[in-house]
Design a protein around this ligand. Structure first.
Ligand SMILES: *Cc1c(COP(=O)(O)O)cnc(C)c1O
Length: 420
């Protein structure tokens, strides 16, 4: 089925007389008839829900829908996008290991990689993902276990050359993890270009309505965890009577291991009610993404021609640095987010933002309503000047997330604020 159809129907198919809409299974636990059956669930020899920290039918339906949209074999929802990034990496890495990440990624992810994972004994090298493969290869060490990138970087709007990173990763027998938050599978499916694991902050376009913080990890099922570099997949797990993930779960080994080890122990679980709301967002995702893109294209063209604007980063613009990569990876649109440098630096940006009437200042992007933010004084406050520069964030940069209002109304609002 095509993505429009999957958005509506994947993951939940009611039987005769059952609810048409996905029900909210508001229950922590599930009833079984025998100690034997419950024992089998704990031994992972039977499949089924037994406690909502690990799995829940509402969440499960959403996971199946997202896995289908991304073209993966399985998915696991998490309580936030940060939890998804954390679990995706911790499922592969342990203290003493190293991984390589594109430098132009979401600020919260930079913090997680550079500060918090370091405290767990895991080292990250940030690389310029625009560099040739041979340059990126130089960052790989014997203990490097993964490569990480973001399809469309928040807020630098750099388009990641996924095939190039996949080649570097696979030449070294390690997986490529791609954060696909901004394009969503409607505009780009990283697995089609060689990504092994895909993560999302579902808080953004997937939810779309600014209702619930959430995340998801999708497994392509294509990576060979038994290549000798990942003993946790091929050696017995004593916490499950010696189960061997790669043997027992085959293509689904990554998600099963993430769920039964890390979700069990860390509990970064989404609520059933949140999954229900996320599902409503997903139902219209295939309709919304092209429309965000069309609106943003008009707004970007207006701003690029405006005398009060220094520069606009939006890969849909023909002279954008990433336009050629966007034509390859985002042929159906570049979503709604753009980064704009307003004349007058930090103060100019503040005056512009404070003058907006329709667009609101929110610590959020990818909302159905147009919103704007100054990253240097908000989301990216923790970064040093060098890290800001490496992430492509000048002081006067404003991040604009174009919503689904009429594009003419959005442009009129931006025009009056720029006039101020
Ligand atoms: C927002 C965001 C995250 C973090 O997700 P949360 O849901 O806020 O925890 C990760 N990656 C990208 C690209 C994001 O935009």
């Amino acid at each position: 089925m095509q993505k429009e159809t999957l958005c509506l129907h994947a993951g939940y198919a009611p039987k005769n007389g059952e609810p048409r809409a996905l029900p909210i299974y508001q229950s922590t636990t599930f009833k079984y008839d025998s100690t034997k059956h419950i024992g089998d669930l704990f031994d992972l020899t039977a499949a089924g829900h037994f406690y909502s920290r690990l799995s829940n039918p509402t969440v499960d339906a959403v996971e199946q829908k997202i896995a289908a949209l991304e073209g993966g074999v399985a998915a696991m929802c998490t309580s936030s996008g940060q939890a998804a990034s954390f679990i995706a990496l911790m499922n592969i890495l342990k203290a003493g290991d190293h991984f390589v990440s594109a430098a132009a990624i979401y600020g919260g992810t930079v913090n997680l990689f550079a500060v918090t994972l370091k405290r767990f004994g895991i080292d990250c090298t940030f690389v310029d993902a625009d560099a040739p493969a041979e340059e990126i290869q130089k960052a790989i060490r014997p203990n490097t276990k993964a490569v990480f990138g973001e399809t469309l970087a928040n807020p630098a709007l750099a388009v990641c050359d996924i095939e190039k990173l996949a080649k570097v990763a696979h030449d070294n027998g390690i997986p490529l993890i791609i954060d696909n938050t901004f394009p969503t599978p409607v505009l780009c499916r990283p697995i089609d270009f060689g990504a092994d694991i895909v993560t999302h902050s579902t808080t953004k376009y997937m939810d779309g309505h600014a209702l619930c913080v959430g995340g998801v990890i999708v497994d392509s099922g294509k990576f060979n965890w038994a290549n000798g570099k990942f003993p946790e997949f091929t050696e017995p797990d004593e916490s499950y009577h010696g189960i061997v993930y790669a043997d027992t779960f085959g293509k689904a080994a990554f998600i099963v291991k993430a769920r039964v080890q890390l979700m069990r122990d860390l509990g970064m679980t989404p609520a059933a009610n949140s999954a229900f709301l996320l599902n409503i967002g997903l139902e219209t995702l295939a309709v919304r993404m092209p429309q965000y893109s069309r609106n943003a294209q008009k707004v970007a063209e207006f701003l690029a021609a405006h005398p009060q604007i220094e520069s606009v980063a939006y890969p849909g613009l023909p002279n954008d640095k990433y336009h050629a990569l966007a034509q390859k990876y985002l042929p159906n649109g570049c979503a709604g987010v753009m980064s704009v440098v307003v004349k007058g630096g930090r103060e100019g940006a503040a005056k512009f933002l404070d003058s907006l009437k329709l667009a609101t200042q929110c610590v959020h992007v990818a909302d159905i309503r147009t919103c704007a933010l100054h990253p240097a004084s908000s989301t990216h406050r923790q970064l040093t000047d060098e890290q800001l520069a490496a992430a492509g964030i000048p002081q006067g940069l404003v991040r604009i997330s174009v919503g689904l209002e009429n594009a003419d109304d959005i442009i009129a609002d931006l025009a009056q604020a720029l006039a101020q």
